[in-house]
Design a protein around this ligand. Sequence first.
Ligand code: AMP
Length: 287
Amino acid sequence: MAALTRISRPSSIPFSNITKCLYFSTTSAAQPETTNNSYLPNINFSRKDPKDRNVQWVFLGVPGVGKGTYASRLSTLLGVPHIATGDLVREELASSGPISQQLAEIVNQGKLVSDEIIFNLLSKRLIAGEAKGESGFILDGFPRTVKQAEILEGVTDIDLVVNLKLREDVLVEKCLGRRICSQCGKNYNVASINVKGENGNPGMSMAPLLPPAQCMSKLITRADDTEEVVKERLRIYNDKSQPVEDFYRSRGKLLEFDLPGGIPASWPRLLEALNLDDYEEKRSAAA
Ligand code: AMP
């Protein structure tokens, strides 16, 4: 947890060092069955002492667990960008660029897109952020495979990996209730979850996360939030992404966090687990 005491330090690490290593050309949208290493970056990244830069965190967790919600809140609190690779993929899809048709097929089946495309999109996002003076990051939805984790580990230091966990029956309900405002792009959830406790597990209630009135008529459902695709995404997570938890666990970077319920119950507990519960107070005292 040493990194948590350093979060208010100014940042100076340029992203270009990371992006130089991550950026390479796009060829195919689908994740190849056997990964061809020839396109992988030639890694030569000089690591900076964490006290000289902003936080570099990763949020892991199955689709629908709430990574986006909590990563976005933390990014506002800590003043670091929240970078969700799923959002980058959706932006690429919406742009109707040369690979968007190929991407749509993969994403709508709940499958993973190729490492090449993900690293390209991530690199572009980091370069654009660097130009705006951003530093540090909270990554959400990346890395999704051990290979992605290895590449990331090869180019920079990740300080902390938060692994959000929630019961699977609740997850499916949450995914099916997920909505996005087609205008402002914010995420909401119309599901009202009330599950009884069983087999020693406590019950759980989650109120819907409804949008403001102006967004209500503009809500859309993600094409990959159907029951069939959600189940496929959960299967792929267990197959490809669960090993990423072990990857970070074995490096002593994984913080396991069982969500106790909706945002009102979970947010204060998460801040406590991250040693950030009195962060605002400390920050105003230091100012
Ligand atoms: P998400 O919003 O994180 O559920 O991502 C939506 C979709 O984007 C996923 O189902 C994948 O098809 C794709 N995607 C997002 N991040 C990655 C990644 N790190 N690796 C491969 N595919 C990804």
